[in-house]
Design a protein around this ligand. Structure first.
Ligand SMILES: [Zn+2]
Ligand SMILES: [Zn+2]
Length: 647
């Protein structure tokens, strides 16, 4: 008999040779029907692999990341089989599971695959899948494996096998198809009910441009047709909400090749949006006791040698700028922290003066390869909503809680409701990796964990994810399409106070090191606005929208009335515009819809006579004819429901 330990810690006894699916059946028949892959003692196994020793077994269903990986990996074999049948002489190379699907890189010789062929490939894959063929692993000697692929003239697989040790080589067979494979499959092809070829692209063998070019076929698959449909709808929605597309339509920002790659240019409306976001945070920060500071866009190379940044990232950064006469060296500022340390260092502090909280919307420059750049979410110049708090170790607990409060206020005011707090702590097995005193680390880690518990946050603790200089907390935010974004890092730092020799006089009259907290609730203005665009689809919260109301006059005759309405709204601090162009009202409405103004006011003869307005809310029906006072109340109550005061 062997002892199988399940993830909940329970232990079950079985005859040696029991399979993972056998264990699943012992748990429940219903559960077993959903199990599609398994892990035994940290190794991927088949659901039919006989287990012969005691060990830990994890069973996966489609709901698990590992289950999906096995599902997509297995489907890539089916894709390869379909390609062999449809494109005689095709040479297979590698075909891994990736996020949201899989691909297979193949050498098609003189044949090509275009969009028109996708349906044919999908049909062939589904035909194979319906055969319910089991995936079976088979060991092979190196000589046999080489013979097999040499007989097929497949130099790619031959190269792969040549790099493998004899005795470790396995194949996976299903139906009439076989492929070199390490394992980790679903039980049979019949579970694959929906497939979709997503795209084809060129890819070099082993990613090396000096090697042959292959065709990469991307696909995805699902256990239900309905899930494929939902996935495709999500992709369509994501395309519509792509911040690069919305940024152009809403005239928020642009890029210019002349200015340089990865350097966004903010248009008037985008600049107004940024300013509103900045003012919103500044107001809350002021209440929370922050002081604004300003630092330059470049700093002496020595500054970053002191901070340790130059040794760590210098090679991969924008290279130093030198002055023509004095031969001084400067770096484009990659981070604001060293500057803020020097601001702290301008005068002596006693423990009674702390905490000091220096905030700056500081623009920094970081080199990114051109291929990595992506709209506003990956740029070379960006503005952090940065702040550094310098406090005593005893104040850390309270300061951390204050920063969490501020971050939650920011997320809540902007309509983000789904998030988890990720706490990164030391790797308990490698205590030497970290600088600073053990006692302080314990204090800091406990402070973070007690703060997230205290605030009732949904949290996970990641061991070994802390930076060498301190533990941290990240807010992982889910957007409207269910995608995760990392926002609002709060990082404790014992390193920079040491390197910059920061100190304060304690109650014992001795000098001590302050603790430093780095924090940025938005992260950067650029990335945050990208996220906000994709989360809201461009329909910003009313309080934030730089243009809240578009007033449309039915004809020039009502221009004056439209102007009166505008003046009244402005008296109530509602931001509005008038469209007086000599265009049809239909056209004006369509354009205003496109620009996503939260409210449209339409004025014509009736309205001008009665002193009322006709109101349409974006994406909703007409609200009908109301008085201006009623409208002002409506707008104010909508704003007050999302934007609370920060206390
Ligand atoms: Zn496989
Ligand atoms: Zn910092």
């Amino acid at each position: 008999m062997i002892n199988i330990t399940l993830p909940d810690g329970s232990v079950r006894q079985f005859e040696a040779g029991v399979t993972p699916i056998g264990v699943a059946q012992d748990i429940s028949e219903g559960f077993a029907r959903n199990v599609i892959s398994a892990k035994f003692n940290d190794t991927k196994v088949e659901t039919t692999t006989p287990l012969r020793t005691d060990g830990d077994l994890t069973l996966y269903t489609w709901r698990d990341k590992e289950g999906k990986e096995a599902f997509w990996h297995s489907t890539s074999h089916v894709l390869a089989q379909a390609l062999e049948q449809l494109y005689p002489g095709v040479k297979l190379t590698i075909g891994p599971a990736i996020e949201n699907g899989f691909y297979y890189d193949v050498d098609l010789g003189h044949q090509v695959i275009s969009d028109k062929d996708f349906k044919k490939i999908e049909d062939k894959m589904l035909e194979i899948a319906r055969g319910k063929h089991e995936f079976k692993m088979r060991s092979s000697t190196k000589a046999e494996a080489l013979d097999f692929y040499k007989s097929q003239n497949n130099e790619f697989k031959v190269e792969l096998i040549e790099n493998l040790e004899d005795g470790t080589i396995t194949f996976c067979d299903h139906d009439t198809f076989t492929d070199l494979c390490r394992g980790g499959h679903i039980p049979n092809t019949g579970i694959i009910k929906a497939v979709k070829i997503m795209s084809v692209a060129g890819a070099y063998w082993r990613g090396d441009e000096n090697k042959p070019q292959l065709t990469r076929v991307y696909g995805t698959s699902f256990p239900k047709q309905k899930e494929l449909k939902e996935y495709l709808a999500l992709i369509e929605e994501a395309k519509k909400r792509d911040h690069r597309k919305l940024g152009k339509e809403l005239e928020l920002f642009t890029f210019s090749q002349k200015v340089g790659q990865g350097l966004p240019l903010w248009l008037p409306k985008g600049a107004a949006l940024r300013e509103r976001l900045e003012n919103f945070l500044k107001a809350a920060q002021k209440k929370a006791g922050y002081e604004m500071v300003v630092s330059p866009h470049i700093g002496s190379k020595e500054l970053y040698v002191t901070s340790g940044h130059y040794a760590k990232y210098g090679e991969d950064s924008f290279q130093p700028i030198t002055t023509p006469k004095e031969d001084e060296e400067f770096l484009l500022k990659p981070m604001n922290c060293p500057h803020h340390c020097e601001i702290y260092n301008t005068k002596p502090y006693s423990y009674k003066d702390l905490p000091k909280r220096f905030a700056e919307f500081g623009t920094v420059y970081r080199y990114e390869q051109s291929g990595e750049l992506h709209g506003l979410s990956r740029v070379r110049g960006f503005t952090q909503d940065d702040a550094h708090i310098f406090c005593t170790p005893d104040q850390l607990d309270q300061e951390f809680k204050n920063v969490i409060d501020l971050s939650l206020y920011v997320l809540g005011s902007l309509g983000f409701e789904a998030f988890t707090a990720q706490v990164s702590v030391r790797d308990p097995e490698n205590p030497d990796k970290y600088i600073g005193e053990v006692e302080n680390w314990e204090k800091a880690e406990n402070a973070i964990i007690s703060a997230v518990k205290d605030k009732g946050l949904d949290y996970v603790i990641e061991e070994g994810e802390a930076a060498f200089y301190g533990p941290k907390l990240d807010f992982m935010v889910k957007d409207a399409l269910g995608r995760s974004w990392q926002l609002g890092t709060i990082q404790v730092d014992y390193n920079l106070p040491e390197r910059f020799d920061l100190n304060y006089k304690g109650s014992d009259n001795e000098l001590h090191r302050p603790v430093m907290i780095h924090r940025a609730p938005f992260g950067s203005m650029e990335r945050f606005i990208a996220l906000l665009l994709e989360h809201t689809g461009g329909n910003f919260p009313l309080w934030l929208n730089p243009e809240q109301v578009m007033i449309l006059s039915i004809s020039e005759k009502y221009e004056k009335y439209a102007q009166n309405v505008l003046n009244l709204l402005e008296n109530h601090e509602i931001r509005a515009l008038v469209d007086n162009r000599n265009e049809t009202i239909g056209k004006k409405i369509r354009e205003a819809e496109m620009k996503k103004y939260p409210y449209m006011i339409i004025v014509g003869e009736q309205e001008a006579e009665k002193g009322t307005i006709s109101v349409r809310k974006h994406g909703q029906q007409d609200l009908g004819s109301i008085t201006i006072e009623q409208f002002v109340d409506l707008v104010k109550s909508e704003i007050n429901s999302t934007l609370k005061q920060f206390n």
